[in-house]
Design a protein around this ligand. Structure first.
Ligand SMILES: Nc1ncnc2c1ncn2[C@@H]1O[C@H](COP(=O)(O)OP(=O)(O)OP(=O)(O)O)[C@@H](O)[C@H]1O
Ligand SMILES: [Mg+2]
Length: 290
């Protein structure tokens, strides 16, 4: 599958554009991490890609055809986990997945497909429990399960790992990445570790525009020389505020060892290898264009 996004824009009412002149060429197989601060436009972009909302400008083409004209045929190839999805509280997990399977056009009998899906999402014990009795993380698993129900070619998941415990987060990450070999997966997240461990491409959105698009290692490379550790005591630390971003602070006998990110590091600062998180913070602070 290939998705060509050209000059895509979305403006809600009379406000600032939520998405502005976005150009992207997405091809399977690929595992794409979409990151950016709150309000950057991640959910808006995803809603436009799944055809849930109309764009204010630009086009989205799927394998050469305009997304708007695709309708049902496209939805059959799509799995989508919205950021805030409603669940039918009174249905059991099994009933809910069967209902969604029906809506997605999965042929009956769906029993085996649904059982396998429940198992993959580690919900076997809760299969016949009503959704309202599940914990937040378990509900999130139901959301992920429904997105993968039709074995989609295009999987768009908006903050799928929110609310999952670390073990589950790792399990789902592996599940997404295992499928990425034959899919196009777009995953939005605030957890840089999610990107680090499975994504081969990173897209950073900032105020509706693309700030970076490339390999995570490339973002790290751009931050080299802009991340360092400096030992500080008392008031000297205050002098850094505003000039640098602090990404770590370890208390020491002398004061504190601060990990700072900035364009020009101060004298006495020992440069260190940036992590992807440092690199993301750096891209936010200096406007590193892709
Ligand atoms: N339905 C809406 N009506 C008006 N403005 C909206 C609507 N949805 C989003 N916005 C605005 O559009 C911008 C982008 O929002 P969006 O939800 O796409 O951001 P996001 O990157 O997904 O943020 P988060 O990380 O908080 O989920 C924000 O400024 C937001 O206030
Ligand atoms: Mg969002």
């Amino acid at each position: 599958m290939r998705i060509e996004i050209d000059n895509l824009g979305k403006t809600y009412g009379r406000s600032h554009p939520a998405l502005d002149s976005v150009r992207l060429d997405l091809r399977s197989p690929s595992m794409i991490g979409l990151v950016g601060p709150n309000g950057a436009g991640k959910t808006t972009l995803m809603q436009l890609l799944v055809g849930q909302m109309l764009a204010s400008a630009g086009t989205v083409r799927v394998d050469g055809a305009d997304l708007q004209g695709l309708g049902k045929a496209f939805r059959r190839r799509l799995g989508y986990l919205p950021q805030n999805f409603g669940l039918y509280d009174e249905l059991t997990v099994r009933q809910f997945l069967d209902y969604l399977g029906c809506l997605k056009g999965l042929p009956a009998p769906r029993r085996d497909v649904i059982a396998a899906c429940i198992e993959r999402a580690a919900l076997t014990e809760k299969a016949d429990a009503r959704i309202r009795t599940l914990s937040g993380g378990q509900k999130q698993r139901v959301g992920i399960a429904q997105a993968m129900l039709n074995d989609p070619e295009l999987l768009i998941v908006d903050e799928p790992t929110v609310g999952l415990d670390p073990e589950e987060r790792i399990r789902f990450r592996n599940l997404f990445s295992r499928d990425a070999g034959r899919r196009l997966v777009i995953l939005s997240t605030h957890i840089i570790e999610d990107v680090e461990s499975i994504c081969n491409r990173l897209i950073v959105l900032h105020q509706g525009r693309i700030r970076f698009d490339g390999a995570p290692s490339e973002l790290v490379r751009r931050a080299e020389g802009h991340v360092g550790v400096i030992e500080v005591q008392g008031e000297r630390e205050a002098a850094f505020e505003g000039r640098f971003r602090l990404t770590g602070r370890v208390v020491t006998a002398q004061g504190a060892a601060c990990r700072i990110v900035g364009h020009d590091l101060p004298p006495g600062c020992r440069p260190v290898t940036p992590t992807l998180e440092d690199a993301y913070i750096y891209s936010m602070s200096n406007g590193a264009a892709s």
